[in-house]
Design a protein around this ligand. Sequence first.
Ligand code: ATP
Ligand code: MG
Length: 425
Amino acid sequence: TQDLERKAKKIIGKLIDAGFEAYMVGGCVRDKHLKRPVKDFDIATSAKPEQVQQLFHRTIPTGLQHGTVSVMMEDSLFEVTTFRIESGYEDFRRPTEVQFIDSLYEDLRRRDFTMNAMALDVDGQLIDPFHGVDDMKNNLLRCVGDANERFQEDALRMLRCIRFAAHYGLEIEEQTWAALLKQAPLLEHIAMERVRMELERMIDGAAPAHAVQLLIDSQLLGHLKQTLRLADLKQVKLTRGWSSLKEPLYKWAYLYLCIRVSAAEAELELRQLTFSKQQLEQVRQIIAVAHHLRRQLTDETDEAALQEAWKLSAVTYGQQAVGGLHEIVTAAPEVLARFEVEAKWSEILINNGLDWLKDMPVHRLEDLELGGKELLAHISKPAGPWVSRVLAHLLREAAMQRLTNERDLLLAEAERYYEKVLQQE
Ligand code: ATP
Ligand code: MG
């Protein structure tokens, strides 16, 4: 970070030598002040984008219409943005016009929160016209200027508000909070993709449980473009254990487990939120495992039956999904209660689940000593859905150690299963 800061100062120095104003602005000033790790050093300047491009050898026109030029300094990239104000906010999202200006003050004034509206000059002097430092000292997150106006200009700021409050452990200042509650319906204008990016940053941030609590208290999720079942979290009692999960997707899976949707519903909703296919698959499978356990467990369940259900879900939904659920239940043991899994079974799963998975001689079709081609050659019937059904049966039997994973034994069982079961249907 110190090296990055040195390079950023070098850029600022060069701009000043050329007769422009230049400052560090935004998140880096805030994080430096809080002695938190700085992600990136952003620079604001009175120089126009073309002037920035002329002054530095290596630049990338990242967002010229917004005044942003990326400058390469000793192999690090910095965003240098011309002082600007924004106007013509349409539909409560993103400005349609930006206007380049000469005043740092006006540039800071357009920003969302006081702690994000500070600048540092080349001598390390803090410029803090909206008293962000005082607010941070008092643990307050406050909009710059009139909070209602700020949220009306860009409704996404309400989600940013919750993200910053949670991540930095701040109280949301009274008028900012009142405005947020009042303007919440404007969120319907925000694209789900932008919503998802903010939610992901909350869930990946330092205090996801706090963020979710604020989402519940503010009911922001009830006002999105598309209705989300996640808004049902307000009826759920969450415990804190899940915050410690390392894998962000496991946290998402946890939240969906809490509201007890079906695997298909969770998948649909994550798709509406524009998660990638791979991400929504992973969550869907974890939830499917929980439902599988719920269906398998009966009054007669004993530890052997539990083990069987667990292993069966591993071959059906994949090791990764079962391992994921194991991690989630370990962090938040109460979650399976929502699937009618008694606490004692959860505890047994936590203690033994991973060993049971390790015990399995086969986990996937690829592990079987018999493939589809060989099976077809042996049974010599036209290919059809029966092939994958027979293989699935073999995998199940081998995984449960009721059948040895040897080619001849697998073939014999395949034949029996095909004749007895499939032919009779
Ligand atoms: P992070 O550490 O999460 O990146 P950040 O403060 O750097 O936090 P960015 O989204 O990278 O946040 O934005 C950089 C700066 O631009 C902010 O500090 C803020 O001053 C300003 N900003 C960003 N988005 C908005 C917005 N929607 N409305 C007003 N100002 C904004
Ligand atoms: Mg940033």
